[in-house]
Design a binder for this molecule. Structure first.
Ligand SMILES: O=C(O)CCC(=O)C(=O)O
Length: 292
């Protein structure tokens, strides 16, 4: 009997903790789940991150020795990673995308852990839309303050991204910053219409939120440990600084949309492979695009 009472009590504690996370995501636009992955799972993820980088480097090598651009390789090899170099250092890989098509075991792992958890958290079926790893090697560039929504809105209207820390993220190595209570901070700004904030179109800062709006926001650093997970919605303003340390700051990002809005993953990557330099795919990133 004692054990049964203990079991029911534990279930209630779990349900309460889950409800708190659900409320946080809805209220703040993000929820940080520390130690989401066990140390063994973190080692697996780090091994996958190494493999993705090896594969990205092979493509970069092929590009340099064949005279074909990385963009062209992404177009003619639909099963290969989409590799994007740093704007300031073309020999350094900024990000690799569509990893899940190239690493099916990683796909199963993410689907079984993050997608399943997210569906339970928001009590709505969500499907994977896009995935990437941002390597942010030492010297890697900044991501300017932005919202993800305008970059995804032509596919669906709601998105939740899961960021998984692969390395420890610190202020020095360019951890993510998110805006605290951002809707309250901007509530009195009569110039704003809705929750899509004004942003720069074209130029090196393409996609970044106007400075006058950024100045009204308070930012919190997410100094995540490897295996921590941050869910955030596509309206949450966020940014990160350059990596000024001698350590990498790798993080994987898995963006989901509600299944009721359709499964757009293949269409998204088809569009991206066909027109990789379109600025919509380089929103506030330290990468080059047509108008950047
Ligand atoms: O990796 C980062 O620090 C920022 C990522 C991000 O905001 C993006 O890729 O759009």
């Amino acid at each position: 009997m004692k054990w049964l009472l203990f079991f029911v009590f534990s279930l209630q504690v779990c349900a309460h903790a889950f409800q708190e996370k659900r409320d946080q995501l809805e209220r703040d636009g993000y929820v940080w789940i520390k130690h989401f992955y066990s140390p063994e799972q973190v080692r697996l993820l780090q091994k996958w991150a190494d493999e993705v980088h090896d594969s990205a480097q092979s493509l970069s090598f092929l590009s340099q020795h064949s005279g074909q651009s990385l963009q062209h390789l992404a177009k003619i090899f639909p099963g290969a990673l989409i590799v994007v170099p740093e704007a300031e250092n073309p020999n350094q890989i900024c990000r690799a995308e569509d990893m899940l098509s190239c690493f099916p075991m990683l796909h199963h792992f993410i689907y079984g852990t993050i997608t399943g958890y997210l569906n339970a958290l928001v009590e709505t079926p969500y499907t994977l839309f896009k995935d990437k790893i941002n390597f942010k090697w030492p010297g890697g560039g900044a991501f300017l303050p932005h919202q993800d929504f305008p970059a995804y809105a032509h596919f669906s209207q709601e998105h939740i991204t899961a960021m998984v820390a692969i390395d420890a993220a610190t202020i020095e190595n360019g951890c993510l910053y998110v805006a605290k209570d951002w809707k309250q901070s901007l509530a009195k700004d009569a110039s704003l219409q809705g929750w899509v904030l004004p942003y720069q179109e074209g130029g090196p800062a393409h996609g970044s939120i106007e400075q006058s709006v950024c100045d009204q926001l308070t930012w919190i650093p997410i100094e995540a440990e490897p295996g921590d997970l941050l869910f955030f919605d596509s309206f949450l303003p966020h940014y990160s600084q350059p990596n000024r340390s001698d350590k990498p700051r790798r993080a994987m990002f898995f963006t989901h949309n509600p299944l009721k809005e359709g499964d757009h993953r293949s269409a998204y990557y088809h569009a991206k492979r066909e027109d990789p330099d379109n600025p919509v795919f380089h929103f506030a990133t330290p990468t080059k695009a047509r108008t950047k």
